[in-house]
Write a protein that binds this ligand. Structure first.
Ligand code: PGA
Length: 247
């Protein structure tokens, strides 16, 4: 990893306001001098609180999702304008839970990337194959389709990509180092054909990353960081992951 390592935390629908205070009381002093770029996406309800608590730190705070529309009658959705106004700096887009559980389409994902870039926030685009697709030998094809569809309108894409095999998310099954290395190389090759910025686009690995697996990911070419769900909820385990990847 030659670029600044990114450790992105996805808190999903976890934590209450009191948990947030306790987390940062422990976490901020621990990571004060770390060289990594630390990104954290709380639930939208906690976003303002997290932004306030972290305002004097170098943490980047973002949203887990936005609507593909800016304004209007879209009950329960959150607009990029609202997220940007609060001062968030990135948006997770196309997470497999959104694609699978909320039927998010590739067309909506492209729109969300466009909106995020228009508002000068950084999109963190998630891609990844299901177990069936891997077993049928379709992984490369699926990743190419997801990347091409999402990025076709953005030849100068200024964002990051997280490769998250769906079968590794929240299952405790991290992909083997061979799979990660091979798949990241494949993603890099596609990115280079799609975007002028493809060579330098940060490529993160996600899926059951823990303190243990983080150490092994450090040496892998084309792994520029990680996207962490479950293991990001405790300050100590997130800190250990950052240390594993950077020290
Ligand atoms: P996990 O989640 O680390 O709990 O597998 C990763 C993600 O959903 O981004």
């Amino acid at each position: 990893m030659t670029k600044k390592t990114i450790i992105a935390a996805n808190w999903k629908m976890h934590k209450m306001a009191d948990d947030v205070i306790a987390f940062f009381q422990q976490f901020l002093p621990l990571v004060e001098d770390m060289k990594a770029s630390i990104w954290l996406a709380p639930s939208p309800v906690l976003l303002q609180q997290v932004l306030n608590i972290t305002k004097n730190s170098s943490l980047k705070i973002g949203a887990q999702n936005i609507s593909h529309e800016i304004y209007g009658a879209f009950t329960g959705e959150t607009s990029i304008e609202q997220i940007a106004y609060l001062g968030a700096s990135f948006v997770i887009i196309g997470h497999s839970e959104r694609r699978r559980l909320f039927q998010e389409t590739e067309d909506q994902i492209t729109k969300k990337i466009g909106l995020t870039l228009t508002y000068n926030l950084t999109p963190l685009l998630c891609i990844g194959e299901t177990l069936e697709e891997r077993e049928q030998g379709l992984t490369q094809q699926v990743l190419r389709r997801q990347l091409s569809s999402a990025l076709k309108l953005f030849p100068h894409f200024q964002g990051a990509i997280a490769y998250e095999p769906v079968w590794a998310i929240g299952t405790g099954k991290t992909a083997t180092l061979e799979i990660i290395q091979e798949t990241h190389q494949h993603c890099r090759d596609i990115l280079k054909t799609l975007c002028e910025t493809g060579e330098d686009t940060p490529l993160l690995y996600g899926g059951s990353v823990t303190e243990n697996s983080a150490k092994h990911l450090k040496g892998i070419k084309e792994v520029d960081g990680v996207l962490v769900g479950g293991a990001s909820l405790e300050a100590l385990s997130l800190t250990a992951i950052i240390q594993g990847l950077t020290q």
